[in-house]
Design a binder for this molecule. Structure first.
Ligand code: DOR
Length: 439
């Protein structure tokens, strides 16, 4: 009898069918080897008594901005992955708006190498589309997909001429993920409201129509070329209604906890900390997005973790940058919603892990089942604790959810069978691995 590995005892385990059992999970060689409602007799190097805790597949966060290389004063791959481990996020997909931009295989390789040296959790990196890097897009590997900023971006990552979008959608077959805001409308509205410096104007400048125009355009291109499309951080009731009517089987969409739980009233309380792209909308949008998620119109959750320093955020609008951190709070936010009856814990597991692994064809992740990778998180659904600035490990050091009293905080996070976070302590010697994406 081998005694290697990790044994989790008496956890409330969320199974692939959504049901839960109290039982044991045995992990060896990075993988789950046994999930049992009765006591597992085998021994292991380490065992964790999970009595009263709930075991979930680790969160896969499919949209983050981790700032390395080039913007490390905001965040870097080490600090961001520490924040992931603390938040129960065991894998992430990161966006190309770093410096240099991730728009070539060389830049992708550089990020993969940096991550191998620094990341406590598993990682994948998008390649960004520009007006002239189609060849790079066709050959990029490994990558979850091509990121197109249709708006809300300056510099070469902004792609909005029709003929270039057509060429990207027409060539190749990897997933295209779009930031859907219409640049022409954004430009016009920025001019129109240029003399207003109250940050609340942000939601009117980058309004619902700007999002709807771009989402419609991406959808039309995807249908024309039957190209796998993913709509990032969908923010409006109008887009949700559009997809409810017309969502081809090869299209997926995501929503952030911010767009579900915050709205334009947040500007009064936290000012420019509430500024993001696409912007916060109304409480009606919150409700319609929730319903779309519950109904499967929206497939999964991403944080769009986009850290900026407090000094940067303190600048006057529109100099204040858009974006909020999220990986440390997303799981407790969603589990709190589950405990409050807005959804089930099994739905949260699906939206934050299983459905993401499926949509991005990431093998062996997103379920607690023998043969799956041992990326797991034990959460405590029996106590509440407030989000406190001083406890955050993201380098930017703030959260839009400070003061929120949440349940479902991670107690233990496991990456590849190794305990990377346990009761407030990070094991910074653990390294994640590059994710693979099956085509
Ligand atoms: O608010 C945002 N900030 N939205 C994005 O899509 C980009 C991000 C950033 O990188 O700061």
């Amino acid at each position: 009898m081998s005694s290697q590995g990790l044994l989790i005892r008496r956890a409330n385990i969320i199974l692939p069918n959504g049901e839960s059992i109290v039982g044991d999970v045995l992990i060896r060689d990075r993988q789950i080897v046994n999930v049992s409602p009765s006591e597992i007799e085998e021994t292991a190097t380490r065992s964790i008594d999970a009595d009263g805790l709930t075991l979930l597949p680790g969160v896969i966060d499919p949209q983050v901005h981790f700032r390395e290389p080039g913007l490390e004063h905001k965040e870097d791959l080490f600090t961001a992955s520490c924040a992931c481990a603390k938040g129960g996020v065991t894998s992430f997909l990161e966006m190309p708006n770093t410096r240099p931009l991730t728009i070539s295989q060389a830049a992708l390789n550089d990020k993969l190498e940096r991550a191998a040296n620094k990341c406590l959790v598993n990682y994948g990196f998008f390649i960004g589309a520009t007006s002239d890097n189609l060849l790079e897009l066709l050959q990029a590997s490994p990558t979850p997909g091509i990121k197109i900023f249709m708006g809300s971006m300056h510099g070469p990552l902004l792609v909005d001429p029709q003929e270039i979008l057509e060429a990207i959608f027409a060539n190749g077959n990897i997933l295209i993920a779009v930031h859907a805001e219409d640049q022409t409308r954004l430009r016009q509205r920025r001019e129109e409201f240029a003399n207003i410096h109250d940050v609340a104007i942000h939601s009117q400048i980058q309004d619902s129509l700007a999002a709807l125009i771009a989402t419609k355009r991406a959808l039309a291109l995807s249908k024309k070329y039957r190209r796998r499309l993913h709509i990032l951080h969908m923010s409006t009731a109008e887009e949700a209604d559009l997809l409810r009517e017309d969502k081809p089987s090869w299209v997926t969409a995501e929503v952030t906890p911010q767009h579900l739980l915050l709205n334009t009233t947040a500007y009064e309380k936290i000012g420019s900390l509430a500024q993001m792209n696409p912007p916060l909308r109304t409480s009606h949008d919150n409700q319609v997005l929730w319903q779309a998620l519950l109904d499967g119109v929206i497939d999964f959750i991403a944080t769009d973790h986009a850290p900026h320093t407090l000094e940067e955020k303190a600048q006057t609008y529109p100099q204040s940058p858009s974006g909020m951190p999220g990986v440390e709070t997303s799981l407790p936010l969603m589990l709190t919603a589950a405990v409050e009856g807005r959804c089930t814990v099994a739905q949260v597991v699906n939206w934050m892990s299983t459905a993401v692994a499926t949509a991005y064809s990431i093998p062996n992740k997103g379920l607690i089942s023998p043969g799956y990778d041992a990326d797991l998180v034990l959460v405590d659904l029996n106590s509440r604790k407030k989000v406190r600035r001083e406890e955050l490990v993201t380098k930017c050091g703030w959260s839009p959810f400070e003061g929120w009293n949440l349940t479902g905080w991670p107690v233990t996070t496991i990456v590849g069978g190794e305990v990377v976070y346990h009761k407030g302590e990070l094991n910074t010697s653990i390294r994640g691995r590059a994710l693979s994406f099956e085509r």
